[in-house]
Design a protein around this ligand. Structure first.
Ligand code: FSO
Ligand code: SF4
Length: 553
């Protein structure tokens, strides 16, 4: 076995990637990411202990967010960047340990988990230790499953928390929980029951972090509003921005203004088109292309530079002509792609190199034309509440389907296109995340002016869908969110979807169908807990699933 990783939906044979990642991750990168996660768990042990003694370190809080974010699927393939994070984690750990000792707080060696005790300095030590710290080192399958489920949920939280932090929004309870949870995954005294409880608590903080990001995004850029997004192209050269970070979007738009360079979104950045503050830029032309996994073709025809602010990066093939045009920033990285450093001392990032590069490029080649409609986050839907409630009361809308989540390469994801196509005409899809690309260009029409696909935004805006559900529960005077005419058919891919799922479970949503496959990291016992307590079910055949959902309605 060269490596072991089973954190995403595309994991080999739905058991684990053992020779090379299906995502393109090399064994050494996988090992270094394992060691980084391990180091962060060790650092979390000390920072959790420090917090108990009223020591809180802002730099460590932010560091853990960023470092963990690099280990999310398709975010960072750059070993050098990951190794730098490991070295920094070791330094942070030594510093905080020293500070605790100065205060007279000492631990018995047997109280300190290996992750906290370990300090490596050389690449040799890193490579050796990495082989001892992957997920398979936990022998008990159920404990391993729960530890990984919690770790992946926390990775998703780190991603969303980092975006909020970039916009100046922080919450100490979120840092405290994340570090406590990471530390708990190294604690051999915790039972399956303890870890199940911690998993549910992870969902609680998932709601908190998504609410925080929603606040951060809407306070900075206004509430998303119904928008027709152009999917065609203009005549100027353009920069294509992908990923999820809206602060990067803002700074890019400001710096490109008046330069003759246009800006287009790709994949998960599409919802930036819905924000009032961004819409006022004339050179923000629209969205180019589809979900992340189509980038190999779409980056070729875009002709201009591409900026990744987060995942999902697909390694370019040898013959690709675009690899010299790709830039990364934030937690994303790829060997050979130029990396734009983080902002310092309150100054914006410097995107001038990308802008100069773009000026020498051709305008994008048109691959589509027309527009798509989105912007149905909670505030916008509340403004339409009367119309929506009337449509439900009159029976014009029989059922809502939350089809949020992710897209991916697997052929089995055609299920979602077919599902959307075959849904009865008196149903409405509520979506968020890149999952929408499986059906957002289908001519599904509208119900009395309400489009049949309502896109709330990015995967984190699944929070918006939960807020809408809560509001409907109130309007219809129901006791339980599950009495609403809403069914959940969610597509997952990576660890942000894990925190979205845990957040929905925490909010009490039952009978979620999850696909295209159930996570490989769920042991059969842990999967049973989810089935028995929450009614989680896999997807099946489109026709039968629709029939089942409509009968349940
Ligand atoms: Fe998609 Fe990628 Fe947003 Fe993920 S672009 S798959 S769950 O990073 O975060 O939905
Ligand atoms: Fe495999 Fe997914 Fe891990 Fe990549 S992230 S190595 S595809 S399980």
């Amino acid at each position: 076995m060269n490596m072991f990783c089973f954190q995403c939906q595309e994991t080999a044979k739905n058991t684990g990637c053992t020779t090379k990642g299906v995502c393109g991750k090399e064994p050494r990168t996988s090992d270094m990411q394992d060691l980084l996660v391990f180091s962060l768990k060790g650092l979390s042990f000390y920072s959790h202990e420090a917090r108990k003694n009223n020591i809180e370190k802002d730099d460590i809080n932010s560091f853990i967010f960023r470092a963990l974010f690099t280990t999310i699927t398709n975010a960072n393939f750059d070993d050098d960047a990951i190794i730098r994070y490991i070295k920094d984690a070791v330094q942070h750990k030594l510093a905080i340990k020293h500070e605790l000792e100065q205060k007279g707080i000492k631990f018995n060696r047997d109280e300190i988990p290996f992750a906290a005790r370990w300090h490596g300095y050389t690449i040799d030590e890193f490579e050796r230790t990495a082989k001892l710290v992957g997920p398979l080192e936990t022998q008990n399958e159920d404990i391993r499953s729960l530890r990984e489920l919690i770790t992946y949920g926390v990775k998703g939280m780190a991603a969303y928390g980092e975006h909020a932090e970039n916009l100046g929004h922080k919450k100490s309870e979120i840092y405290a929980f994340m570090q406590r949870a990471l530390s708990a995954t190294t604690d051999d005294s915790l039972s399956v029951e303890d870890l199940v409880a911690l998993t549910l608590e992870t969902g609680k903080y998932g709601v908190e972090v998504m609410a925080l990001l929603d606040k951060a995004n809407t306070e900075a850029y206004g509430n998303p509003e119904i928008t027709e997004v152009n999917i065609g192209v203009g005549k100027n050269p353009g920069i294509l921005i992908s990923g999820h970070d809206l602060k990067d979007m803002e700074e890019l738009l400001k710096q490109t203004e008046g330069t003759g360079v246009d800006v287009y979104t790709h994949s998960e950045m599409l919802p930036a088109n819905y924000y009032p503050v961004f819409k006022k830029y004339d050179h923000f032309v629209g969205n180019y292309g589809n979900a992340w996994w189509k980038q190999k073709e779409e980056f070729e025809t875009f002709n201009g530079p591409i900026l990744f602010t987060t995942n999902c990066i697909v390694p370019p093939s040898k013959k690709s002509t675009y690899k010299d045009r790709v830039f990364t920033t934030g937690s994303s990285g790829y060997p050979g792609f130029k990396h734009i450093p983080h902002r310092k001392d309150g100054q914006p990032k410097d995107f001038s190199e990308i802008i100069e590069f773009a000026k020498k490029c051709d305008a994008p080649t048109e691959i589509e034309s027309g527009s798509i409609v989105g912007g149905f986050a909670h505030n916008q839907v509340f403004q339409l509440a009367d119309k929506v409630v009337d449509a439900v009361k009159s029976g014009a809308i029989k059922q809502f389907f939350v089809m949020a989540g992710c897209d991916g390469r697997m052929k089995s994801r055609e299920y979602y296109t077919e599902f959307a196509r075959q849904l009865p005409e008196d149903t409405v899809i509520l979506t968020a995340g890149c999952a929408k690309y499986r059906y957002n260009k289908l001519p599904l029409g509208d119900i009395g002016g309400i489009p049949r696909v309502l896109d709330a935004g990015q995967c984190n805006d699944s929070y918006s869908l939960a807020v809408i559900a809560m509001k409907l529960k109130e309007v219809f005077e129901l006791n339980d969110i599950n009495e609403l005419p809403i069914s959940y058919n969610i597509a997952w891919y990576e660890q942000k979807a894990v925190i979205v799922l845990l957040a929905l479970l925490y909010l009490g949503v039952k009978d979620i169908h999850l696909g295209p496959t159930l996570p490989a990291f769920l042991s059969s016992n842990v999967a049973n807990v989810l089935v028995e307590n929450f009614g989680i079910a896999p997807i099946g055949d489109v026709k039968e699933d629709i029939k089942l959902f409509m009968e349940e309605a």
